[in-house]
Ligand binder design. Structure first.
Ligand SMILES: Nc1ncnc2c1ncn2[C@@H]1O[C@@H]2COP(=O)(O)O[C@H]2[C@H]1O
Length: 454
């Protein structure tokens, strides 16, 4: 596992996926670890640079110096995003499970410029847990604040007196769930990890204090909320808060799943996430069985759904666009367009990175680096002027989808609603980039060592 140090706090993280891909931050829940994301990372890492964090005090990360709070965890994640983002002016995808969902939503409320999309699994939005947890688990958790009691209970768990499974299994999993013994053993190990009694108890309180009811309607990023229909840890009444306060969130219930839909109903969970993010239509490593050309087109269409230009198009519109874009590969550092040349095409990064270089009298500077889903070369195409900068494939090369002016004009003429949506998408992506740059500039001006005042 890799480690990062943020303001003296050491964090263990699991990383997967292309190093220059768009960033996905994965935040586990209470008494868990980055293992939470094991079923999701293989599909997510096909496009995203996945950063699955062990929160301070959980997994392998040492406990924080101060008492943990949900806002404190959100602030820490914001700092990780800023650190990892480098010169990508791009908000990131954030996934959160259970307490991690509460942290992710808090992050989106406090730092909307940093969060592009949210995927929440059984999020502890109100911080209120089930009656079963409060009656059976809470006394145990509170008692474990004392390291002596924690040790005694740990020793008891090695004897036939052990009741861990009795507490864990019916609370966490649906009656007809499919969780492998291996996965359960890891979840159990994380839940009973020694030396975490104090953080566990503090987070119990932190979750209650982090109640987000009444604020959900203000969450800006596009959000998918998945919930196991038989969750006995974070009850479905919090899904009721989503339905009532946050109608823009795409709320999906997963039958025969409890608190861990990603382990209990892996295929259904992955299908929802892949659809939401426009990931290739595969489940794990199994390709969907369709005709090759059609499958290829569907794959590009699904990808476009999550690109800066293709969001919110209908499926038919995306397929049409997919059939009209050209696919081009560029080697490391290869020139795509020269500065000041004429331009009648724009580019959507499919894989790798595309760098923007500006040459002036004082030299050549890299202005930005675009990764999967981002668009470049739109200015010359839309304005009919010369290229404002050079575009060059990044060190790992670039696979680009090319959209010509002729195709774009044709689409807008045939289907004005589609043309309008695509123009709106371009304006939104420029706006997001600008807001992030403004946020950075304000931060630099304040000369704050950490994060700006909110
Ligand atoms: N400061 C910048 N940040 C990000 N992208 C830029 C910046 N300046 C120019 N570009 C991109 O670089 C492209 C060069 O070709 P265009 O002028 O057609 O469109 C331009 C934008 O897409």
């Amino acid at each position: 596992m890799a480690t990062y140090t943020i303001n003296g706090q050491v964090l263990y993280v699991q990383e997967a996926g292309p190093a220059h891909g768009p960033i996905a931050i994965l935040i586990h829940g209470w008494s868990s670890s980055s293992f939470t994301w094991a079923p999701i990372i293989p599909i997510l890492s096909k496009r995203y640079r996945c950063i699955a964090i062990d929160l301070p005090g959980f997994g392998q990360s040492p406990a924080p110096d101060n008492k943990p709070t949900i806002v404190g965890y959100a602030d820490l994640i914001a700092q990780i995003i800023v650190k990892l983002n480098g010169d990508h002016d791009r908000a990131v995808l954030v996934l959160g499970h259970s307490m991690g969902g509460q942290i992710a939503t808090t992050l989106a409320l406090l730092y909307p410029v940093l969060v592009d999309k949210l995927v929440l699994l059984n999020p502890a939005l109100s911080g209120r847990l089930s009656t079963r947890v409060n009656l059976l688990m809470k006394p145990h958790v509170m008692a474990e604040r004392s390291s002596v009691i924690e040790w005694l209970l740990y020793m008891a768990s090695k004897t036939p007196l052990d009741y861990t499974d009795y507490l864990l299994k019916p609370s966490n999993f649906a009656e007809r769930a499919h969780v492998s013994e291996q996965a359960y053993a890891k979840i159990r190990e994380d839940a009973r990890r020694r030396g975490q009694g104090q953080v566990r108890a503090a987070c119990f309180v932190a979750m209650q204090q982090g109640d987000l009811r009444g604020q959900l309607g203000r969450v800006e990023p596009q959000t998918l909320v998945l919930w196991g229909a038989e969750d006995n840890i974070v009850p479905l009444r919090d899904a009721g808060a989503v339905a009532e306060e946050w109608p823009r969130a795409d709320l999906r219930l997963i039958p025969n799943a409890g608190h861990w839909p990603q382990f209990e109903q892996t295929d259904a969970t992955l299908r929802h996430i892949a659809h939401f993010l426009g990931l290739p239509p595969t489940l794990g490593d199994r390709p969907v069985e369709t005709d090759n050309d059609l499958a290829h087109l569907q794959e590009i269409a699904a990808f476009l759904n999550n690109s800066e230009i293709g969001e919110h198009l209908t499926e038919a519109q995306r397929l049409r666009l997919a059939s009209l874009v050209l696919s081009n590969g560029y080697g490391s550092g290869e020139n795509v367009v020269a500065m000041n040349s004429n331009g009648d095409e724009m580019y959507i990064v499919k894989e790798g990175t595309l760098e923007v270089w500006l040459t002036t009298d004082s030299g050549t500077t890299r202005l930005a680096s675009m990764n999967a889903g981002q668009v470049a070369g739109e200015l010359a195409l839309l304005e009919g002027v010369k290229r404002s900068a050079e575009l060059r494939a990044g060190p790992q090369g670039a696979h680009l989808l090319v959209l010509t002016k002729e195709v774009l004009d044709g689409l807008a003429e045939d289907d004005p609603a589609m043309g309008m949506r695509m123009m709106q998408n371009l304006a939104i992506s420029l706006g997001k980039r600008l807001r992030l740059q403004n946020w950075r500039a304000a931060r630099a001006e304040e000369n704050a060592p950490g994060l700006p005042q909110r």
